[in-house]
Write a new protein. Structure first.
Ligand code: CU
Length: 166
């Protein structure tokens, strides 16, 4: 019985995150891309700050960090962003996430014991200044979404883009 409870406690967070992931769409395939959208990240805002999508579209986002700070482009619901923020704060506390740099070596080391610190989410890219990343996402659901940066303070400073799915 004890083992069963432990099993449930260990796996509930995974089940919940997999469930909410499906709600926002799914990782897209490169050979199914309908459109490419370029996103520029500045300190602390996106350009454009509004993204219009047709339901079912697969979009390739080419994300460029034009700012002086590390930024994230993360597609999720508002609730998911708010849940993700303590994780990012922890990355700052552990000195994995520095103002203008990501300590990849430390990230790999810490991720061995704490998977949440690996920051490998299929719905986001985390970029150092001057770096370019890509994210292919299929918007299969018309859930209300936001593209946002969850580096501590950035979301609150307005680093959030509205995603309109029609
Ligand atoms: Cu940011």
């Amino acid at each position: 019985m004890y083992k069963l409870i432990l099993f449930i406690l260990l796996f509930i967070p995974n089940i919940v995150s997999a469930g909410s992931m499906k709600m926002i769409g799914e990782p897209g395939h490169l050979n199914e891309v309908d459109r490419t959208i370029e996103i520029k990240m500045f300190d602390n805002y996106y350009e454009p700050n509004q993204i219009d999508i047709k339901k079912g579209e697969t979009i390739k986002f080419v994300v460029k960090n034009m700012g002086e700070l590390v930024h994230e482009f993360n597609i999720a619901t508002k609730e998911m962003h708010i849940k993700h923020q303590p994780e990012m704060l922890k990355m700052v506390g552990m000195e994995i996430l520095l103002g203008d740099r990501i300590d990849m070596k430390k990230m790999k080391e810490v991720a061995k014991t704490d998977k949440s610190m690996a920051h490998s989410h299929s719905n986001s890219v985390l970029l150092e200044p001057k770096k370019i990343g890509e994210l292919v996402w299929k918007f299969s659901k018309d859930t209300k979404l936001e593209a946002a940066c969850n580096v501590p303070g950035h979301y609150q400073a307005g680093m959030v883009a509205k995603v309109n799915i029609n």
